[in-house]
Design a binder for this molecule. Sequence first.
Ligand code: ZN
Length: 395
Amino acid sequence: MKRIVARYLYTLETPEPVIDGFVEYEDDGTILRTGQCTDGMSYDNYYDGAVVPGFVNAHCHIELSHLQGKFRKGTGMAGFIDQINELRDSSSREDKIAAIRRWMDILWRQGVSAMADISNCDDSFCIKAASPMYTRTFLEVFGTEPEDCNAVMDSVSGLEAKAREYGLDAAPTPHSCYTMSPELLSAASAAGLKSGYLSYHSQESPEEEEMIMKGSGAMWDNRRRAGMSTPPVTGKPSLMYFLDRLMKVHQPPFDEHILLVHNVCLTQDAVDAAAGILNNVYWAVCPMSNIFIHDALPPVPLMRRNGLKITVGTDSLSSNDTLDMVRELYCLQSAFPDIPSGELYIWACRNGAEFLAMEDMFGTVGPGKRPGLVFVDGLDSAGRLTAESTSMRIV
Ligand SMILES: [Zn+2]
């Protein structure tokens, strides 16, 4: 048994830290007890900063790690998609796998204990299977032409079988409204909902909203120029179009765990529509990625006012300079300084664990759980994150 003490211990059962809090845990990381350090109590280590449970990275594409440093910033979503199409296969499989291995290791050492990861291929499977980090793999599909729907679904079934061979928790998921035919959006949602989980890129950019609401804009023009089919023009936020496609799969309400990723263009009417039929909806923010692509951030005050379950992801190294949960939190804290630190940590740990239905293991520091423990260093005198803050796994 070990006992450590932290200046700020965030168990995250509440947002408030325990000042000079202790944690006792077994060698394998199982938490025995937490509390406030009393005079004369001995301990193995003192951490002069925050100790939090292991992070849950709610959105990553680890297989794109080979794209670090290759993309131009500020291109908007249409320009970003052009770069993905151009560069996705710009490295050999060996180089891709080496980059995945390197970054999975960095994420683990920085304290990520669990991750919702997107895969379009099998490059990352062997590394995720061997990693001490828990991952749920979302086998993402896209395809704009309705007649390709069956072929795309057949292909993802093959990928799902391969993921199962590696022992991964994996199921298909739809990519977004703007890369899929309506038929494929419903078919991929149906396949994913059977597993109990979906992860879906939602309202990421103004171009996406303009495409669905008005049938215009850079993304619409790109698709038309390439001779590809376009999604229906609905006059409503794109999230409502997704909800319509979900309702082709089964009657509402939806008890499955559904993660909506990005939400940069989220509006109150879209929140209301989702809340009306989704009983377990989670909202991932990836602020560094949003700034990279279009210098925008999600409407966090609106999300907080509505009491949404916010989670935090790093997205991929195609739209981020690094994969670092503390950088994402510091970005959020800088843009929205009234968010208490404990609330940010709840987004980065507890809410992600709930999305994965792994809250008995991850997300909070409580007896019997094995969330991992992470030291967040480089705080200011009020215990807030700074530009120098870093995180390091303790156990
Ligand atoms: Zn993504």
